[in-house]
Design a protein around this ligand. Structure first.
Ligand SMILES: NC(=O)c1ccc[n+]([C@@H]2O[C@H](COP(=O)([O-])OP(=O)(O)OC[C@H]3O[C@@H](n4cnc5c(N)ncnc54)[C@H](OP(=O)(O)O)[C@@H]3O)[C@@H](O)[C@H]2O)c1
Length: 455
């Protein structure tokens, strides 16, 4: 029987496929979110058949991958994706299984250096016709390592595919709470009315990790925290927080506003801190003289009428005290608070992205009892705790959206262009990293530069 959906994965023996793509596809299939009539073509150089390939995937997937539902969906095809002679067999397999309206995804789960070759072969073997929106090309960050390289990749892709066929994945955008930022901002009058520099004192965007580089030396050492995390995930979060109200909830209107934010960003060069965790140089395949940053902190400003003057602190790093991604929006004191000089905390809105998604609000309240003492309380809504069984992994959402042609959660080229432009400016001021043993070594430095306590 001809298939409604064909997903061809280039680099199917890799980490991304075993840990993210196949678990997500298995779940989508079991939940009947994708067609029962789906074919997944897994391409790799190794000597597997479909059965031994799935056994290998199960073994290498950290989350227990349920391969049972995949048995009827997956065909493993041995292929050197750099070799044009191997393409006719793939074309034949796809032709034998597709009908006129088949939705086709070509997922490049491979190193970016292979993109030009594979794109060329996909195009010349006529697997994809430029402009056919039923055929999409999907790939992951990193989208280059600076503005120039990102432009080169993009121009290469535009030779073969139209922008509407291209899906660039920044998996952070698939996370539940990232999608929820717009809802919190625009569907709650209490926030919508005070979302500006007269009420907001500061914004902190934090992505801390406890782990080190987990064996990804080749990629990480040429990237570092600023390029790996700030250029993509942190600037995406910042732009969702700081953007103007979009004309509509639709993809392009939202992206237009996000791009404007990044165009209006500036940073305080004296606030920059680059760090490298002690032990990084002893990691396998890291050069002994590497100056790569595994931690970065910086203070930025969004120079729009809405946010002018409000500091946005960005911080991310490895081997810190916790695995935690969150945004903290701190509000100004009330005039009474100032007038009465009460020792009260400021209100804060916590948008918690990982490990548990949720929203928290810090308020001041009287301590119950006879005295007039006050205390700080947190109202917390843990989304993950209340949605048992319904929480989807970011990749499920992203893959489903691609099959349904929804582009909101994928990065548009001008978002990448403007964010690399900003990162390239910061890079000019990059200093040798400070060596840190733990997060405790970095906190006093941040405080010294900004008088801000980071979480
Ligand atoms: N892993 C993640 O969580 C993650 C997260 C974000 C972004 N990404 C991005 O996603 C992409 C894939 O990442 P990954 O971690 O899965 O990489 P990976 O583990 O290194 O896997 C890449 C795969 O490509 C295959 N390959 C290389 N050359 C080939 C050729 N000529 N013919 C056929 N297969 C070939 C390799 O197969 P062999 O077995 O034959 O060597 C390998 O299995 C990268 O661009 C990465 O930056 C990954």
């Amino acid at each position: 029987m001809k298939k409604d959906l064909i997903i061809t994965i280039f680099g199917a023996t890799g980490d991304l496929t075993s840990r993210k793509l196949l678990p997500a596809l298995s779940k989508l299939y079991q939940d009947e979110q994708i067609s029962k009539n789906t074919l997944i073509i897994a391409l790799g150089r190794r000597d597997y058949d479909s059965k031994t390939f799935l056994a290998y995937m199960k073994e290498s997937s950290a989350a227990a991958l349920d391969t049972k539902p995949l048995e009827s969906l997956v065909i493993y095809q041995k292929m050197d994706i750099s070799n044009p002679k191997d393409y006719p067999a793939l074309v034949e397999l796809i032709q034998a299984n597709k009908h006129e309206k088949t939705r086709e995804l070509f997922y490049l789960a491979i190193a970016p250096e292979l993109f030009p070759d594979v794109s060329y072969h996909i195009n010349t073997s006529k697997l994809v016709t430029q402009g056919d929106i039923n055929q999409s090309i999907v790939f992951e960050k990193p989208f280059g390592h600076d503005l120039e390289s990102a432009k080169a990749i993009n121009e290469m892709l535009w030779q073969y595919f139209d922008e509407k066929q291209i899906y660039r994945i920044d998996h952070y955008l698939g996370k539940e709470m990232i999608q929820n930022i717009m809802m919190v901002r625009f569907a709650n009058r209490i926030f919508e009315e005070i979302w500006h520099n007269r009420s907001i004192k500061s914004v902190k965007i934090i992505a801390k990790e406890e782990e080190g580089i987990l064996g990804r030396a080749g990629y990480y050492d040429s990237s570092g925290a600023l390029k790996d995390m700030v250029q993509s995930h942190l600037l995406q979060m910042l732009s969702l927080i700081a953007m103007e109200v979009p004309m509509s909830y639709f993809s392009d209107d939202v992206k237009n506003e996000k791009v404007k934010v990044i165009k209006h960003l500036s940073f305080d060069k004296d606030s920059l801190i680059f760090g490298q965790y002690r032990g990084y140089l002893e990691e396998k395949n890291i050069p002994k003289d590497s100056k790569t940053d595994t931690f970065v902190f910086l203070k930025t400003y969004v120079n729009t009428p809405r946010f002018k003057g409000v500091p946005f602190y960005l911080m991310t790093g490895k081997k810190l005290d916790a695995k935690e991604s969150l945004i903290i929006i701190e509000f100004e004191e009330t005039s009474e608070q100032r007038k009465w000089n009460l020792p009260l905390s400021t209100n804060k809105l916590y948008i918690k992205i990982a490990p548990l998604d949720g929203v928290g609000l810090i308020l001041n309240s009287k301590v119950p009892g006879l005295r007039d003492d006050v205390e700080t309380v947190e109202l917390e809504y843990c989304i993950a705790c209340h949605a048992v069984g319904n929480m989807s992994e970011a990749y499920q959402k992203l893959l489903l959206d691609i099959t349904e042609h929804h582009k909101s959660l994928f990065t548009r080229w001008d978002e990448i262009e403007t964010s690399w432009h900003f990162i390239d400016q910061i890079k000019k001021h990059q200093k040798d990293p400070i060596i840190y043993q733990s997060y405790e070594d970095l906190k006093p430095l941040i405080f010294e530069l900004t008088k801000e306590e980071m979480k």
